[in-house]
Design a protein around this ligand. Structure first.
Ligand code: S3P
Length: 439
């Protein structure tokens, strides 16, 4: 198959310095905030992936121009009320839940109905979770089968604030309501279970009228109507979710070392680091610096002599939510039984990832016991594969593809992994960096 990759060899030891692409969450948010700014915003190291291009295309449909040159981008914002709503606009969020959900928050004042569509994977995902809250502002949303895309949103001229309890730990839902709050008179209140906080940090950096009160379990966010957003020049840091694959590759190899430069180590994203450290991997941050509310560092990882199993505290789930598939590979090699629980959100991603995690591990001969929100993984420190494994029909989930590549390079066997193009959504350089580490 043209679009598949065959891997027949384990990776030898390595000692490398790499840099991965820009953060996807921040890249999409930068596009959306810049589209509302008064004037020209510039980004460097913007992630040039399909999800981010979908965001650029989406704002273009709303009359906002942009220019992409190498990995820099300019967006010509026309102010908070600069979107040109007209008849028959269709926005295609493609594979991106972040774009699909966040942009709806900005469309709650559209004077004409706007249709939101997505690819096969996004069309299976839950949009009721965001249609419910946004309709409380007064927007009208009509969903396919009451739950999915395509959906049609029609805004209101008379938006009303409300209090939203975000109980899933979903940054997409939280952010969508924050963006809706920017358009709404009065104070919108969000009581959110902890999740990545890039939207709040951008609002703060832009000096928008937001306050955040943190308690142990929830953040209480208050946001008021915004009059003006200043242009936002941003040097996008590297994405820890993309680094995760190489961190795990190092954790599973022998006598290897890796440095990953300029990574965003925002604590709401570093669950994987806490988990890998608990499992015995040596990771240190170097050259820490602050950047527009975020924290950046170089990450040094050394492959461990042995790996311990983990009883993973569910309070780490949100900060590692995109990394669990690849973390499960570490559990496969750890001594003992690892246990991950409270992971119902994993089956809500680009593919049902708890199921895919189980499938990949079982193909590797690793015993698992799963429920609808948990998995027990019976690790085997001597795991060494010598069989054929085919991974296909995974709804082109980029993280299933990349996790399978890491498994193949770490455990051996003959792997045929389909849908190589899936990496274009989040990490088009992934295989190039793998080749750089190999040679
Ligand atoms: C994201 C939030 C997470 C994450 C996704 C990106 C974001 O989704 O899985 O890849 O940029 O806000 P949920 O908010 O749905 O958990």
């Amino acid at each position: 198959m043209k679009n598949s990759i065959l891997i027949n060899n384990k990776l030898g030891k390595f000692n490398k310095i790499i840099k991965v692409s820009g953060d996807k969450s921040i890249s999409i948010r930068w596009v959306l905030f810049s589209s509302l700014a008064n004037g020209i915003s510039k980004a460097r190291n913007l992630l040039l992936s399909e999800d981010v291009f979908a965001a650029i295309d989406a704002i273009k449909k709303l009359g906002i121009k942009s220019k992409v040159f190498k990995n820099s981008c300019k967006i010509y914002g026309k102010g908070i009320n600069g979107y040109k709503y007209k008849k028959n606009i269709t926005i295609d969020a493609k594979n991106s839940g972040t774009l699909g959900r966040l942009i709806l928050g900005l469309l709650i004042n559209t004077s004409y109905p706007i249709k939101l569509i997505g690819d096969r994977s996004l069309s299976k995902r839950d949009f009721k979770r965001i249609a419910g809250p946004l309709s409380k502002f007064g927007a009208k949303l009509k969903l396919n089968k009451n739950k999915n895309l395509p959906l049609i949103i029609k805004g209101s001229e008379n938006l009303k604030p409300f209090t939203y309890m975000e109980k899933r730990g979903s940054a997409q839902c939280k952010s969508s309501v924050i963006l809706g709050g920017l358009r709404t008179n009065g104070t919108t209140i969000i009581k959110a279970k902890k999740s990545r906080n890039h939207t709040e940090l951008l609002c703060k950096y832009l000096k928008l009228p937001i306050t955040i009160k943190k308690t142990n379990k929830i953040d209480e966010i208050k946001i008021q109507k915004v009059k003006e957003i200043k242009p936002l020049n941003y040097n996008i840091p590297s994405d820890i979710s993309s680094c995760a694959f190489f961190m795990v590759l190092t954790a599973l190899s022998n006598n290897s070392k890796l440095t990953i430069k300029d990574v965003n180590i925002n604590p709401s994203r570093t669950g994987i680091i806490t988990i890998l450290k608990k499992m015995g991997v040596n990771i240190i941050f170097k050259n820490k610096k602050f950047y527009k509310g975020e924290i950046l560092a170089d990450i040094n990882i050394v492959s461990p002599k042995s790996l311990r199993s983990i009883n993973c505290p569910s309070k780490l789930n949100s900060a590692a939510i995109d990394e669990f598939l690849v973390i499960f590979l570490v559990a496969a090699k750890a001594k003992g039984i690892s246990y991950f629980r409270g992971l119902e959100e994993l089956n809500q991603k680009e593919s049902p990832r708890l199921k895919w995690g189980k499938y990949i591990l079982n193909e590797m001969g690793i015993k698992t016991v799963t429920t609808k929100n948990s998995i027990k993984i019976y690790g085997n420190p001597d795991l060494n594969l010598n069989k054929k494994i085919t991974i296909k029909n995974f709804l082109k989930d980029h993280r299933v593809f990349m996790t399978s590549v890491i498994a193949a390079l770490s455990f051996g066997g003959q792997w045929n992994i389909h849908d190589k193009d899936s990496i274009k959504t989040s990490f088009p350089n992934f295989l190039k960096i793998i080749n750089n580490i190999k040679n």
